[in-house]
Design a protein around this ligand. Structure first.
Ligand code: ATP
Ligand code: SF4
Ligand code: MG
Length: 332
Protein backbone atom coordinates (compact mmCIF):
# COMPACT_ATOMS: atom_id res chain seq x y z
CA UNK A 1 0.00 0.00 0.00
CA UNK A 2 1.15 3.55 -0.80
CA UNK A 3 2.73 5.10 2.30
CA UNK A 4 1.77 8.63 1.22
CA UNK A 5 -1.49 9.81 2.76
CA UNK A 6 -4.31 10.59 0.32
CA UNK A 7 -4.94 13.81 2.22
CA UNK A 8 -2.42 15.68 4.34
CA UNK A 9 -3.68 18.74 6.21
CA UNK A 10 -1.09 20.71 8.20
CA UNK A 11 -1.77 23.59 10.62
CA UNK A 12 -4.92 24.55 8.73
CA UNK A 13 -6.64 27.77 9.81
CA UNK A 14 -9.83 29.48 8.74
CA UNK A 15 -10.65 32.73 10.53
CA UNK A 16 -13.78 34.78 9.84
CA UNK A 17 -13.61 38.52 10.63
CA UNK A 18 -16.29 39.69 13.06
CA UNK A 19 -17.85 43.14 12.90
CA UNK A 20 -17.15 44.73 16.26
CA UNK A 21 -18.18 47.93 18.03
CA UNK A 22 -17.18 51.48 17.12
CA UNK A 23 -14.42 51.61 19.76
CA UNK A 24 -12.75 48.45 18.44
CA UNK A 25 -12.92 49.84 14.92
CA UNK A 26 -11.45 53.18 16.05
CA UNK A 27 -8.43 51.51 17.63
CA UNK A 28 -8.07 49.31 14.54
CA UNK A 29 -8.74 46.09 16.41
CA UNK A 30 -10.08 43.27 14.20
CA UNK A 31 -11.63 40.26 15.94
CA UNK A 32 -12.03 36.83 14.35
CA UNK A 33 -14.05 33.66 14.80
CA UNK A 34 -11.34 31.02 14.72
CA UNK A 35 -13.56 28.41 13.05
CA UNK A 36 -10.57 26.17 12.26
CA UNK A 37 -7.39 26.82 14.19
CA UNK A 38 -4.16 24.93 13.59
CA UNK A 39 -5.69 21.58 12.59
CA UNK A 40 -3.36 18.85 11.30
CA UNK A 41 -4.75 15.55 10.06
CA UNK A 42 -3.84 12.87 7.52
CA UNK A 43 -6.11 10.41 5.76
CA UNK A 44 -4.71 7.15 4.43
CA UNK A 45 -5.86 5.24 1.39
CA UNK A 46 -9.34 3.72 1.96
CA UNK A 47 -9.38 5.04 5.52
CA UNK A 48 -12.48 6.64 7.07
CA UNK A 49 -11.89 9.40 9.62
CA UNK A 50 -14.94 10.62 11.50
CA UNK A 51 -15.00 14.25 12.64
CA UNK A 52 -17.17 14.82 15.67
CA UNK A 53 -17.98 17.88 17.77
CA UNK A 54 -20.89 20.02 18.87
CA UNK A 55 -22.59 22.62 16.69
CA UNK A 56 -20.20 25.47 15.81
CA UNK A 57 -17.03 23.45 16.56
CA UNK A 58 -15.81 23.99 12.99
CA UNK A 59 -16.52 20.62 11.34
CA UNK A 60 -18.10 22.01 8.16
CA UNK A 61 -15.58 24.83 7.88
CA UNK A 62 -12.76 22.28 8.14
CA UNK A 63 -14.03 20.06 5.32
CA UNK A 64 -15.07 22.98 3.11
CA UNK A 65 -11.63 24.58 3.53
CA UNK A 66 -9.98 21.26 2.66
CA UNK A 67 -11.74 21.39 -0.73
CA UNK A 68 -11.09 25.15 -1.03
CA UNK A 69 -14.83 25.88 -1.05
CA UNK A 70 -13.67 28.24 1.71
CA UNK A 71 -10.29 29.94 1.32
CA UNK A 72 -7.82 28.97 4.07
CA UNK A 73 -6.36 31.68 6.31
CA UNK A 74 -3.20 29.62 6.79
CA UNK A 75 -1.69 26.15 6.76
CA UNK A 76 -1.43 23.62 3.94
CA UNK A 77 -3.56 21.01 2.19
CA UNK A 78 -2.01 18.27 0.07
CA UNK A 79 -4.21 15.87 -1.86
CA UNK A 80 -2.46 12.90 -3.49
CA UNK A 81 0.84 14.81 -3.34
CA UNK A 82 -0.60 17.93 -5.06
CA UNK A 83 -0.55 21.17 -3.08
CA UNK A 84 -4.14 22.46 -3.04
CA UNK A 85 -3.41 25.38 -0.72
CA UNK A 86 -2.51 27.84 -3.44
CA UNK A 87 -3.69 25.89 -6.51
CA UNK A 88 -5.34 28.01 -9.21
CA UNK A 89 -9.06 27.61 -10.01
CA UNK A 90 -8.11 25.65 -13.16
CA UNK A 91 -5.85 23.30 -11.21
CA UNK A 92 -8.54 22.87 -8.54
CA UNK A 93 -11.09 21.91 -11.19
CA UNK A 94 -8.88 18.96 -12.17
CA UNK A 95 -9.05 17.72 -8.56
CA UNK A 96 -12.84 18.15 -8.29
CA UNK A 97 -13.27 14.93 -10.22
CA UNK A 98 -11.30 13.04 -7.61
CA UNK A 99 -12.44 14.75 -4.39
CA UNK A 100 -16.17 15.04 -3.84
CA UNK A 101 -18.49 16.25 -1.09
CA UNK A 102 -22.01 15.28 0.01
CA UNK A 103 -23.86 17.93 1.98
CA UNK A 104 -26.39 17.54 4.76
CA UNK A 105 -29.54 18.83 3.07
CA UNK A 106 -30.88 16.54 0.33
CA UNK A 107 -33.55 19.14 -0.56
CA UNK A 108 -31.06 21.93 -1.20
CA UNK A 109 -28.49 20.34 -3.45
CA UNK A 110 -30.37 19.07 -6.53
CA UNK A 111 -31.53 21.45 -9.27
CA UNK A 112 -35.36 21.07 -9.37
CA UNK A 113 -35.32 21.65 -13.17
CA UNK A 114 -33.05 18.69 -13.89
CA UNK A 115 -33.98 15.03 -14.03
CA UNK A 116 -32.01 12.42 -12.10
CA UNK A 117 -30.28 11.42 -15.35
CA UNK A 118 -29.31 15.02 -16.14
CA UNK A 119 -28.01 15.59 -12.60
CA UNK A 120 -25.80 12.50 -12.60
CA UNK A 121 -24.72 12.86 -16.25
CA UNK A 122 -23.41 16.39 -15.59
CA UNK A 123 -20.11 15.39 -13.90
CA UNK A 124 -19.72 12.59 -16.46
CA UNK A 125 -20.11 15.10 -19.31
CA UNK A 126 -17.58 17.43 -17.64
CA UNK A 127 -14.90 14.83 -17.06
CA UNK A 128 -15.52 11.87 -19.39
CA UNK A 129 -16.05 11.64 -23.14
CA UNK A 130 -19.13 9.43 -23.37
CA UNK A 131 -21.85 9.01 -26.00
CA UNK A 132 -25.47 9.54 -24.92
CA UNK A 133 -26.16 5.79 -24.66
CA UNK A 134 -23.06 5.31 -22.53
CA UNK A 135 -24.14 8.17 -20.26
CA UNK A 136 -27.57 6.52 -19.77
CA UNK A 137 -25.93 3.19 -19.11
CA UNK A 138 -23.41 4.52 -16.57
CA UNK A 139 -26.12 6.55 -14.81
CA UNK A 140 -28.40 3.51 -14.57
CA UNK A 141 -25.49 1.47 -13.21
CA UNK A 142 -24.69 3.95 -10.43
CA UNK A 143 -28.40 4.34 -9.54
CA UNK A 144 -28.55 0.58 -9.09
CA UNK A 145 -25.46 0.73 -6.84
CA UNK A 146 -26.99 3.39 -4.59
CA UNK A 147 -30.13 1.28 -4.20
CA UNK A 148 -32.53 3.10 -6.56
CA UNK A 149 -33.88 0.05 -8.36
CA UNK A 150 -35.02 -0.59 -11.00
CA UNK A 151 -32.80 2.29 -12.14
CA UNK A 152 -34.87 2.88 -15.33
CA UNK A 153 -37.78 4.04 -13.16
CA UNK A 154 -35.68 6.84 -11.66
CA UNK A 155 -33.68 8.11 -14.67
CA UNK A 156 -36.28 10.60 -15.91
CA UNK A 157 -37.85 11.64 -12.61
CA UNK A 158 -37.46 15.12 -11.10
CA UNK A 159 -36.28 15.76 -7.50
CA UNK A 160 -39.82 16.83 -6.50
CA UNK A 161 -41.01 13.29 -7.23
CA UNK A 162 -38.49 11.78 -4.78
CA UNK A 163 -38.40 11.39 -0.99
CA UNK A 164 -35.57 12.89 1.11
CA UNK A 165 -33.83 9.51 1.35
CA UNK A 166 -34.07 8.96 -2.42
CA UNK A 167 -32.71 12.46 -3.10
CA UNK A 168 -29.75 11.84 -0.84
CA UNK A 169 -29.09 8.60 -2.74
CA UNK A 170 -29.09 10.62 -6.00
CA UNK A 171 -26.65 13.12 -4.42
CA UNK A 172 -24.40 10.26 -3.39
CA UNK A 173 -24.64 8.72 -6.88
CA UNK A 174 -23.56 12.08 -8.35
CA UNK A 175 -20.63 12.28 -5.94
CA UNK A 176 -19.28 8.80 -6.62
CA UNK A 177 -20.05 8.36 -10.34
CA UNK A 178 -16.50 9.46 -11.24
CA UNK A 179 -14.94 6.95 -8.79
CA UNK A 180 -13.31 9.59 -6.54
CA UNK A 181 -10.29 8.94 -4.30
CA UNK A 182 -11.72 11.15 -1.56
CA UNK A 183 -15.33 11.51 -0.43
CA UNK A 184 -16.30 14.07 2.18
CA UNK A 185 -19.67 13.51 3.82
CA UNK A 186 -20.93 16.41 5.95
CA UNK A 187 -23.76 15.03 8.12
CA UNK A 188 -25.21 13.11 5.14
CA UNK A 189 -28.01 11.43 7.11
CA UNK A 190 -28.80 13.88 9.90
CA UNK A 191 -31.81 15.41 8.10
CA UNK A 192 -33.32 12.03 7.24
CA UNK A 193 -35.78 9.97 9.21
CA UNK A 194 -33.93 7.69 11.68
CA UNK A 195 -35.45 4.62 9.95
CA UNK A 196 -33.64 5.58 6.69
CA UNK A 197 -30.26 6.46 8.18
CA UNK A 198 -28.83 2.94 8.65
CA UNK A 199 -29.63 2.00 5.02
CA UNK A 200 -27.73 5.02 3.65
CA UNK A 201 -24.76 4.41 5.96
CA UNK A 202 -24.56 0.75 4.86
CA UNK A 203 -24.79 1.82 1.23
CA UNK A 204 -21.89 4.29 1.71
CA UNK A 205 -19.84 1.50 3.27
CA UNK A 206 -20.57 -0.80 0.29
CA UNK A 207 -19.57 1.94 -2.16
CA UNK A 208 -16.35 2.45 -0.23
CA UNK A 209 -15.55 -1.27 -0.59
CA UNK A 210 -16.27 -1.20 -4.34
CA UNK A 211 -14.71 2.14 -5.30
CA UNK A 212 -12.02 2.21 -2.61
CA UNK A 213 -12.22 5.91 -1.69
CA UNK A 214 -11.01 7.46 1.56
CA UNK A 215 -13.65 9.34 3.51
CA UNK A 216 -13.93 12.21 5.96
CA UNK A 217 -17.28 11.69 7.69
CA UNK A 218 -18.60 14.65 9.67
CA UNK A 219 -21.28 14.23 12.31
CA UNK A 220 -22.30 15.33 15.78
CA UNK A 221 -23.64 11.82 16.37
CA UNK A 222 -20.98 9.64 18.03
CA UNK A 223 -22.76 6.26 17.57
CA UNK A 224 -23.06 6.94 13.80
CA UNK A 225 -19.40 7.94 13.55
CA UNK A 226 -18.39 4.84 15.49
CA UNK A 227 -20.20 2.70 12.88
CA UNK A 228 -18.45 4.20 9.87
CA UNK A 229 -15.02 5.39 11.00
CA UNK A 230 -11.62 3.73 11.45
CA UNK A 231 -10.38 6.78 13.38
CA UNK A 232 -12.25 9.60 15.10
CA UNK A 233 -11.13 13.23 15.46
CA UNK A 234 -12.87 15.34 18.10
CA UNK A 235 -13.18 19.09 17.44
CA UNK A 236 -13.83 21.76 20.02
CA UNK A 237 -14.09 25.46 19.10
CA UNK A 238 -11.90 25.11 16.01
CA UNK A 239 -9.22 22.84 17.50
CA UNK A 240 -8.72 19.12 17.11
CA UNK A 241 -8.58 18.06 20.77
CA UNK A 242 -8.39 14.27 20.42
CA UNK A 243 -7.62 11.83 17.59
CA UNK A 244 -7.40 8.05 17.70
CA UNK A 245 -8.86 4.75 16.56
CA UNK A 246 -12.65 4.66 16.82
CA UNK A 247 -12.53 1.92 19.47
CA UNK A 248 -9.92 3.74 21.52
CA UNK A 249 -11.78 7.03 21.51
CA UNK A 250 -15.00 5.36 22.69
CA UNK A 251 -13.45 2.93 25.17
CA UNK A 252 -10.63 5.10 26.48
CA UNK A 253 -11.43 8.78 25.93
CA UNK A 254 -8.76 11.04 27.43
CA UNK A 255 -9.84 14.63 26.82
CA UNK A 256 -12.46 15.83 29.34
CA UNK A 257 -14.68 17.01 26.43
CA UNK A 258 -14.53 13.59 24.73
CA UNK A 259 -15.20 11.94 28.10
CA UNK A 260 -18.39 13.99 28.41
CA UNK A 261 -19.45 13.04 24.85
CA UNK A 262 -18.84 9.34 25.50
CA UNK A 263 -20.57 9.46 28.90
CA UNK A 264 -23.73 10.63 27.14
CA UNK A 265 -23.83 7.45 25.02
CA UNK A 266 -26.21 4.70 26.09
CA UNK A 267 -24.35 1.50 27.01
CA UNK A 268 -25.76 -1.97 27.51
CA UNK A 269 -22.59 -3.39 29.04
CA UNK A 270 -21.70 -0.80 31.65
CA UNK A 271 -23.28 1.92 33.72
CA UNK A 272 -22.09 5.36 32.65
CA UNK A 273 -22.67 8.47 34.71
CA UNK A 274 -23.46 11.46 32.52
CA UNK A 275 -21.05 14.38 32.79
CA UNK A 276 -23.02 17.63 32.74
CA UNK A 277 -20.97 20.44 31.23
CA UNK A 278 -21.70 24.11 31.94
CA UNK A 279 -22.61 26.36 28.98
CA UNK A 280 -19.88 28.03 26.89
CA UNK A 281 -19.06 31.51 28.22
CA UNK A 282 -19.03 34.46 25.81
CA UNK A 283 -19.59 34.71 22.08
CA UNK A 284 -17.97 32.50 19.44
CA UNK A 285 -15.11 34.95 18.88
CA UNK A 286 -14.51 35.41 22.63
CA UNK A 287 -12.18 32.55 23.52
CA UNK A 288 -10.87 31.97 27.03
CA UNK A 289 -7.08 32.33 27.34
CA UNK A 290 -5.09 29.09 27.25
CA UNK A 291 -7.17 25.98 26.73
CA UNK A 292 -10.43 26.99 25.07
CA UNK A 293 -12.37 24.27 26.92
CA UNK A 294 -11.27 25.81 30.25
CA UNK A 295 -14.58 27.57 31.04
CA UNK A 296 -16.45 24.24 30.88
CA UNK A 297 -13.80 21.77 31.99
CA UNK A 298 -14.41 19.87 35.25
CA UNK A 299 -10.63 19.27 35.55
CA UNK A 300 -9.29 22.76 34.75
CA UNK A 301 -6.06 23.74 36.55
CA UNK A 302 -4.28 27.08 36.96
CA UNK A 303 -1.85 26.37 34.10
CA UNK A 304 -4.75 25.78 31.69
CA UNK A 305 -5.26 29.57 31.58
CA UNK A 306 -1.69 30.34 30.47
CA UNK A 307 -0.99 28.01 27.57
CA UNK A 308 -2.95 26.31 24.78
CA UNK A 309 -2.39 22.53 24.92
CA UNK A 310 -0.95 21.04 21.71
CA UNK A 311 -2.18 17.75 20.27
CA UNK A 312 0.39 15.19 21.47
CA UNK A 313 0.60 11.42 21.20
CA UNK A 314 -0.13 9.81 24.57
CA UNK A 315 -0.04 5.99 24.74
CA UNK A 316 -2.13 4.97 21.73
CA UNK A 317 -3.76 8.18 20.58
CA UNK A 318 -3.41 11.95 20.36
CA UNK A 319 -4.83 14.35 22.92
CA UNK A 320 -4.58 18.10 23.63
CA UNK A 321 -4.87 18.38 27.41
CA UNK A 322 -2.46 19.17 30.29
CA UNK A 323 -3.88 16.28 32.31
CA UNK A 324 -1.95 14.00 29.95
CA UNK A 325 1.12 16.06 28.99
CA UNK A 326 2.69 19.45 29.62
CA UNK A 327 3.29 20.60 26.04
CA UNK A 328 1.57 23.83 25.15
CA UNK A 329 1.89 27.11 23.34
CA UNK A 330 2.08 30.26 25.46
CA UNK A 331 -0.97 32.48 25.09
CA UNK A 332 -2.09 35.81 26.46
P1 ATP B 1 -22.89 22.33 12.91
O1 ATP B 1 -22.80 21.05 13.70
O2 ATP B 1 -23.97 23.24 13.43
O3 ATP B 1 -23.00 22.10 11.43
P2 ATP B 1 -20.07 22.98 12.59
O4 ATP B 1 -19.22 22.22 13.56
O5 ATP B 1 -20.14 22.50 11.19
O6 ATP B 1 -21.53 23.16 13.22
P3 ATP B 1 -19.20 25.46 11.40
O7 ATP B 1 -20.40 25.65 10.56
O8 ATP B 1 -17.95 25.04 10.73
O9 ATP B 1 -19.51 24.48 12.62
O10 ATP B 1 -18.94 26.85 12.16
C1 ATP B 1 -17.80 27.07 12.98
C2 ATP B 1 -17.82 28.51 13.45
O11 ATP B 1 -17.56 29.36 12.34
C3 ATP B 1 -19.16 28.95 14.04
O12 ATP B 1 -18.89 29.86 15.10
C4 ATP B 1 -19.81 29.67 12.88
O13 ATP B 1 -20.71 30.67 13.34
C5 ATP B 1 -18.63 30.29 12.18
N1 ATP B 1 -18.84 30.43 10.72
C6 ATP B 1 -19.06 29.43 9.83
N2 ATP B 1 -19.19 29.92 8.59
C7 ATP B 1 -19.07 31.27 8.69
C8 ATP B 1 -19.10 32.36 7.74
N3 ATP B 1 -19.28 32.13 6.45
N4 ATP B 1 -18.94 33.61 8.23
C9 ATP B 1 -18.72 33.85 9.55
N5 ATP B 1 -18.67 32.88 10.49
C10 ATP B 1 -18.84 31.61 10.07
FE1 SF4 C 1 -9.35 20.87 30.98
FE2 SF4 C 1 -6.95 21.95 31.30
FE3 SF4 C 1 -7.24 19.72 29.88
FE4 SF4 C 1 -8.12 22.04 28.93
S1 SF4 C 1 -6.00 21.49 29.34
S2 SF4 C 1 -9.19 20.11 28.87
S3 SF4 C 1 -8.87 23.03 30.80
S4 SF4 C 1 -7.61 19.97 32.08
MG1 MG D 1 -21.72 21.79 9.98
Amino acid sequence: MDEQPVLDIQNLRKYYPVSTGLLSRMIGEQRYIKAVDDVSLTLREEEVVGIIGESGSGKSTLVETVLRLEEPTGGSIRFKRADLTSASKTALRRHREDAQIIFQDPYDTLNPQKTVFQAIAEPLRNFRELEYDELRERTAEILHEVGLRPAEEYLDTYPSQLSGGQRQRVNIARSVVLDPSLLIADEPVSMLDVSLQAGIIKMLDRLKQTIGFSMLYVSHNLPVVRLVADRIGVMYRGRLVELGSADDIIENPKHPYTRALVASLPSITERRDRIELPEQQGKDHELPSGCRFRDRCPDAMAECANRTPDLETVADHDVACFLHHDHGTDTV
